[in-house]
Design a protein around this ligand. Sequence first.
Ligand SMILES: [Zn+2]
Length: 300
Amino acid sequence: MRHFDLHCDTLCRCRGTHQSLLNSDGAISVERGLIFDRWVQAFAAFIDDEKRGAKAYHEFLAQAEILKKAMQEDPRVVPFDPQNIREGVCNAMLTVENGAALGGKLERVAEFAEMGVKIFSLVWNGENELAGGVHSEQGLTEFGKQVVKELEKNRIVVDVSHLNSLSFWDLCEVAERPFIASHSNCFEVCPNRRNLDDLQIEEIIRRKGLIGINFFPVFINGESDATFQEIRAHIRRIIALGGEDCIAVGSDFDGAAMPSRLDRIEKIPDWHQNLLKHFDPEFVEKITYGNAARFFAENL
Ligand SMILES: [Zn+2]
């Protein structure tokens, strides 16, 4: 069984609890994730909206350090290489959640690329120097446009999760490479503004991007718990819009309260078993692993 997850907040949780990524007692630990034949895990360095400038940059560095330390301490944590995804290890991808991590400095994009960052979300819920999140009315700024160009030049994938609608469509005017929504669901199924409306989903499909299905019940059904059937409703909506090659997983483990049936990485196999009852095996392989693996092989 293979598992490719575009988003979790385990680094941030480990920073708060002073635990190691290897044996954290949260939703994900490296040791508990080694149940998969192939496992790619994006680990976001998350910057909350209270931090800006040098504080935001240093928060990014501190969380990146937690991943680096795990790689140094355990050979079973390796940097994600899209051309060589390894078996029986954690293929770990460093990502950024909230472009405030740049501390307002464009030249840091190249530095982040050097450190191994592969996915970069422009904002969290508020607004920053780059763009506006779902709690803001701001669009993509001039600095934000420069950052998008610089990210594309450095082969870092732009992530639109958390972006408000205005910033999303501003981004579409400047983006030349495919972008992704690492952890967002369908607004038509669950009308939460963190979810993507049909026009946004169609635009991501047209650009051959990815949409990572988020397990947070509030984005699945608006409630505090959710069923596998309710998760499938989001998958079916994206299929109906022609996006079967764009669906992926963006769990949000350790970043949000999870459904009781899917609250830890070791429960992912139960979800796969359930998907196999409703979809053919080739399709299940695509959404749980194959689409994302192909995307990064083609775009990094
Ligand atoms: Zn998030």
